[in-house]
Design a binder for this molecule. Structure first.
Ligand code: GLC
Length: 546
């Protein structure tokens, strides 16, 4: 493309869940050495950048989202020198690097929290967090009814009687973003990493930083169920208007550096309109489009979310992003291969239920990839998605590690099923995830069927998911019509999504039971399944040159 628009407006960003991507030192946990060894693979895939989940020093109560020191690499993942080498080598491969930053909370082992514990009630050290007296007789009840996203109350009581807030695990105390030191510290951390050459940050729980000053109770749920962390306007801890002021300051920090550094917000907003507020001109650059991710395989709903995303983001001058999977949600072939029993709502737990038709889920995932990668804007690919990995739903109870499992009293099996280490090669575990002679087992067991999903097994097989992604990503680079720009819906029956992009590109996805005759075209550029007699069958997608 000859466009001069900043790279992030149309980038495909690959998500590296570091502990499950590639294990360089053989301890069974992925690391920076592993990522470095797989840079040629990422380059050949055709992605523009990688987002790496937290690699900072951490006790790993939530796999690195409990950060003890933002200026150190966790020894399980490597060293600062290795991180710097990775950034440099990735750049040599033409791949930008976006680490994760976790501003809503720190680890309970972070020096600030340790100082707050030691300093006691009413101290300035406690002011950096959210400490409160309890309610009821002797303050034995939590200060309010907020719930942790991982289950149970969002408050933990200390032996001295005070309670502290944690929207996630008790090992992840929430910071007080009203405190100027908290703001200054994070701006300094951003600069620390920008100086080391990172190209941007993925901002964890960007919608949670600011809390209602009075910490009011959440109202009862309209369906009569227990109070949950549901979103909605004027929610006391999600998506509050004041959060944008923080990100405007972050934007100024990014703009101090050359080379188009960028932010992407993890913001589970209640609507596309609310999401667009994160990406106004002086705010963040992009945000994950979870409305798209939460939409089930249904033409009407997909079209609506595409239209509303493009309209609301376009109105504030931001590019759209498209995402189907990440390390927090059930992998999409395992979602699309099931009947939808419950609508997915932002900030509510969603675990698909009922019997799985994985073949159907895979067919839809192939079509979804062609849809996602041809929509205007940027896209995210979660490691293993390009291998068509299923959610691993039969992990034995005793290996589960996600805090959701314990905190929910063993009612929610959590997110481990989408985090199983990646299969690279070979017939048996660890399928090339760890090097030969490794001393450690992969930190989660890999299913035997991983052998058919490995990079090696799929490379060169035209019918494989990997080659579909590879071809789509390379075409996306070559075709001027793709990436940022406009799209126009074409007339098509209900159940068929058809749109054109200039110059000369058409995407058609058939979600209906009726075969659909392809519109006029000069060639089929790519098809999710072979096209027969010019007809597109159910759950099939094509890219056409007009
Ligand atoms: C985000 C992360 C998730 C983590 C949580 C708490 O939602 O994506 O993995 O558990 O924040 O940091």
């Amino acid at each position: 493309m000859t466009s001069t628009a900043p790279w992030w407006r149309s980038a495909v960003i690959y998500q590296v869940y570091i502990r499950s991507f590639a294990d360089g030192n053989g301890d069974g946990v992925g690391d920076i050495a592993g990522i470095r060894s797989r840079l040629p693979y990422l380059k050949s895939l055709g992605i523009d950048a990688m987002w790496i989940n937290p690699w900072y020093k951490s006790p790993m109560a939530d796999h690195g989202y409990d950060v003890a020191d933002f200026r150190e690499i966790d020894p399980r993942f490597g060293t600062m020198a290795e991180a710097e080498a990775l950034i440099e080598e990735a750049h040599q491969h033409g791949i930008r690097v976006i680490p994760d930053i976790v501003p809503n909370h720190v680890s309970d082992q972070h020096v600030w929290f340790q100082a707050a514990l030691a300093a006691g009630q009413g101290s300035p050290e406690r002011d950096r967090f959210v400490f409160r007296e309890g309610r009821g007789a002797e303050g034995a009840e939590p200060p309010n009814n907020w719930q942790s996203c991982f289950g149970g109350p969002a408050w933990t009581r200390l032996p001295d009687g005070q309670w502290y807030l944690h929207l996630f695990a008790p090992e992840q105390p929430d910071l007080n973003w009203e405190h100027p030191e908290v703001r200054a510290e994070f701006e300094d951390i951003l600069r620390f990493w920008f100086h080391r050459g990172v190209d941007g940050f993925r901002i964890d729980v960007a919608h949670g930083l600011v809390k209602h000053p009075e910490l009011p109770d959440l109202p009862p749920r309209p369906d009569g169920g227990a109070v949950a962390a549901q979103g909605g306007l004027d929610h006391p801890h999600w998506d509050r208007d004041e959060v944008h002021e923080i990100f405007r300051a972050w934007r100024r920090v990014a703009d101090e550096f050359p080379g188009n550094r960028k932010f992407v917000a993890e913001a589970w907003a209640p609507s596309p309109e609310r999401l667009a507020r994160y990406v106004r001109e002086d705010g963040l650059h992009t945000a994950f489009n979870f409305d798209f991710l939460m939409t089930s395989w249904n033409a009407k709903d997909l079209r609506e979310v595409i239209d509303s995303s493009l309209a609301t983001l376009g109105a504030v001058g931001a590019p759209a992003t498209w995402v189907l999977s990440n390390h927090d949600v059930t992998r999409h072939p395992s979602r699309f291969g099931r009947k939808v029993v419950k609508k997915w709502v932002a900030n509510e737990l969603y675990r698909p239920e009922g019997p799985l038709d994985f073949e159907l889920g895979t067919r839809r995932a192939r079509a979804a990839a062609l849809l996602m990668l041809s929509l205007p804007g940027g896209a995210y690919v979660y490691q293993g998605e390009e291998l068509g990995l299923p959610e691993v739903e039969d992990l034995p109870d005793e290996v589960l590690q996600d805090p959701c499992w314990e905190r929910s009293g063993h009612t929610d099996r959590g997110r481990d099923g989408c985090r199983v280490p990646i299969p690279w090669s070979g017939q048996d575990a660890p399928f090339g995830f760890s090097p030969d002679g490794a001393t450690g087992e992969p930190w989660l067991p890999q299913p035997a069927l991983w052998k058919d999903h490995s990079v090696e097994a799929q490379t060169g097989d035209d019918a494989s998911m990997l080659e579909l992604y590879r071809r789509a990503l390379h075409l996306r680079r070559d075709l001027p019509a793709l990436g940022e720009g406009d799209m126009t819906w074409l007339d098509a029956p209900a159940g068929v999504l058809a749109f054109s992009r200039e110059p000369g590109f058409v995407c058609v996805v058939n979600l209906s039971a009726e075969p659909y005759r392809l519109p006029e075209h000069s060639s089929v550029l790519l098809a999710s399944e072979p096209v027969e007699d010019g007809l597109l069958s159910q759950d099939q997608a094509v890219w056409l040159a007009r």
